[in-house]
Write a protein that binds this ligand. Structure first.
Ligand code: FAD
Ligand code: SF4
Length: 458
């Protein structure tokens, strides 16, 4: 059998100074060779591992035969955003984890093949418009959950309008994930595809301020809430309000959405630290650290309270961060942030941690090691320890039950406690993944379609 193909990448020494895409994509030959490694299992486990159930062996067979058009058409039946998923899905814990070849650690590179055919697609065309159902659906939020629900509902003939608070569509794909991992033109192309399906996109439209969900229910037959989890969580330690301390959300929004990395063409201010400390170990932490490096930092250190194998980021992002020179201080937790007389941050004080025996949930609790306090020099600190849902929509929507954590209570099919209102993605689960948000959008679209079919004609 052929070896797993290696993705060509920008050299780490070069890429740490620019915001261009790190992974360059398979060549045609590599894609065909990689596709030829698929065993075409009769009962493919990989499909079960994909939250939107892409027919993986079918599209891979088309690639092996050099028929890239058929491959992308097949993927788009189930997945409206393949160029995005191919880049950012944590495949190692999803489709590729279930690939039979993964037993030997050499699963087929499903995500990279998906990315390859999505990038090869020329016309980004759509199928014929379905017969109109006469029903109208409002989608709140244009992240992966909202875009997927919108695409699926439009495909079944419903009239769909997306309300997006920001001036650009895509949610975290646009304001959070950096250009070097997910070029914004890829997101724009996928958003255009959803619009070509007939979906209307209204930007700068904050639901809860402009109109409430109840107002939307007067104009639409159903509403889907895909409002994400964009509210940063803080450490709640002394010094967190010093100058130079950012939430990852603010830092990444300044860099990505407001394009501060393109100074002087874009004049969004950002503090370019020399010694940057990022607190957290997920994708958000890796993205913040790698952005800080590209903005010109000499030292970027990730501080994470658990160990290497507990790091929740995608394996590829951790590897790339290390290759680029990001330092990792594992089993380390901040206890306070220290500043100078002008309230600018100068140091972060941390304590070493150890992991005790796994608790009932199977996770090892990190515990502080008394007397191990130490300081790390820092002129910028970025807090990337998680987010929770924005409370605006729940606060302004009567009858919508929410949990103590602020997430919307919804059934598996997305139905909330308010008739005609469905929800999915990070707004329901808390911060998760692109593909799980898409899976939720897909399930909700099915349930909304059923709901609308059973609705009496006005
Ligand atoms: P979001 O993407 O958050 O979109 C919600 C949208 O709703 C936003 O555009 C917001 O502006 C809008 N909105 C909110 N409130 C309102 C309102 N009241 N009115 C109108 N619009 C509103 N996942 C992965 O799988 N792989 C990765 O590599 C990865 N990297 C990540 C990196 C970063 C920096 C971050 C922050 C997250 C990352 N994730 C990753 C997680 C993933 O991006 C999210 O799980 C996913 O985007 C959730 O999708 P969503 O549609 O539920 O919400
Ligand atoms: Fe794998 Fe994600 Fe593609 Fe599904 S959408 S096949 S999980 S890469």
């Amino acid at each position: 059998m052929l070896e797993r193909q290696k993705m060509p990448e920008q050299d780490p020494k070069v890429r740490r100074t620019n915001f261009k895409e790190v992974a360059l994509g398979f060549t045609e030959k590599q894609a065909i060779d990689e596709a030829a490694r698929c065993l075409q299992c009769k009962k493919p486990k990989c499909v079960e591992g994909c939250p939107v159930e892409v027919k993986i062996p079918v599209f891979i067979k088309h690639i092996a035969n050099g028929d890239f058009d058929s491959a992308i058409k097949e993927i788009k039946v189930d997945n409206a955003l393949p160029a995005i998923c191919g880049r950012v899905c944590p495949q190692e814990t999803q489709c590729e984890a279930s690939c039979i070849l993964n037993k030997k650690g050499t699963s087929v590179s499903i995500g990279r093949l998906e990315r390859f055919v999505a990038d090869m697609e020329k016309d980004h065309g759509t199928r014929e418009k379905p017969h109109s159902s006469g029903k109208k659906v409002a989608i709140v939020g244009s992240g992966p959950a909202g875009l997927t629900a919108a695409a699926d509902l439009a495909k079944t003939g419903h009239s769909v309008t997306i309300f997006e608070a920001l001036h650009a569509a895509g949610g975290v794909l646009t304001y959070g994930i950096p250009e070097f991992r997910l070029p914004k033109k890829i997101v724009e192309t996928d958003v255009e595809y959803v619009k070509k399906l007939g979906v209307t996109l209204l930007l700068d439209s904050v639901i809860g301020k402009l109109e409430t969900v109840d107002d939307l229910l007067m104009q639409f037959d159903a509403v889907f809430l895909g409002t994400g989890a964009g509210l940063p969580v803080f450490l709640n330690i002394d010094g967190e309000n010093l100058n130079g301390v950012y939430s990852a959300n603010e830092f990444l929004t300044r860099v990505n959405l407001m394009k501060s990395f393109l100074f002087p063409d874009h004049d969004t201010p950002i503090r370019k630290g020399k010694n940057v400390v990022v607190v957290g170990g997920g994708n958000v932490a890796m993205d913040s650290a790698r952005c800080a490096l590209r903005l010109g930092a000499d030292n970027v250190t990730i501080v994470y309270r658990r160990g290497e194998k507990e790091l929740p980021a995608r394996a590829e992002e951790i590897e790339h961060a290390k290759e680029e020179g990001i330092k990792f201080r594992l089993l380390t937790n901040p206890v306070r942030i220290i500043g100078d007389a002008k309230n600018w941050v100068t140091h972060i004080e941390c304590i070493n941690m150890y992991l005790c025996e796994p608790d009932g949930s199977g996770r090892c609790k990190p515990m502080p090691l008394a007397g191990s306090e130490h300081r790390i020099e820092a002129d910028v600190i970025i807090i990337a320890i998680g987010t929770s849902p924005n409370p605006l929509v729940p606060r302004t929507t009567g009858g919508l039950e929410i949990t103590k954590q602020g997430t919307v209570v919804a059934r598996k099919d997305g139905a909330t406690t308010k008739t005609g209102v469905y929800a999915g993605g990070d707004a329901v689960t808390g911060s998760a993944t692109v593909i799980s948000a898409m899976g939720a959008g897909k399930k909700a679209a099915r349930a909304i379609d059923e709901y609308l079919k059973n609705m009496p004609v006005a």
